[in-house]
Design a protein around this ligand. Structure first.
Ligand code: FES
Length: 146
């Protein structure tokens, strides 16, 4: 028979998969989602909110249809990620963490996505795009807009 501590450990192990599921279902984790989850699991609001805001792949606000995560870790950085970031920001008219007015794009600048040998790299809706150039970015954005 699990004691109280086992139950707490079990509920916290499930927190990340539950939040991921909520985001997959709703597109983001709302304040209402956090409150309901806290009520159901008895995990404090602050703890759930802490997890929901800690991981870069989770979001607590609605995002655009196309979500860009550009890597700015060392390998990408030395291969020109800052120029790529600047170019994308200019093309989309937004900064990291923002969504375009037409709700087509959300931009995030983050850490390594595991494609260091093909830097600079980014994820677009979870799909890897590497060896980025301004020409490649233009094509990707154009395809998303069509
Ligand atoms: S440093 Fe950019 S993908 Fe690893």
């Amino acid at each position: 028979m699990p004691d109280k501590l086992d139950k707490i450990i079990e509920s916290k192990k499930l927190l990340l998969p539950i939040l991921t599921e909520i985001q997959d279902r709703d597109g983001y984790i709302s304040e209402d989602n956090v409150r309901q989850l806290s009520k159901k699991t008895k995990i404090p609001l602050s703890e759930i909110y802490g997890v929901a805001t800690f991981y870069s792949f989770l979001t607590t606000k609605p995002e655009g249809r196309n979500i860009i995560h550009i890597c700015n870790s060392p390998s990408c950085y030395v291969n020109g990620s800052l120029n790529i970031i600047e170019f994308i920001e200019k093309e989309l008219g937004i900064k990291s963490g923002q969504t375009t007015e037409d709700k087509l794009f959300t931009l995030h600048i983050g850490s390594c996505i595991g494609c260091c040998d093909k830097a600079p790299a980014m994820l677009l809706n979870g799909e890897v795009h590497d060896k980025l150039t301004e020409k490649k970015i233009k094509g990707i954005i154009k395809k998303c807009r069509s």
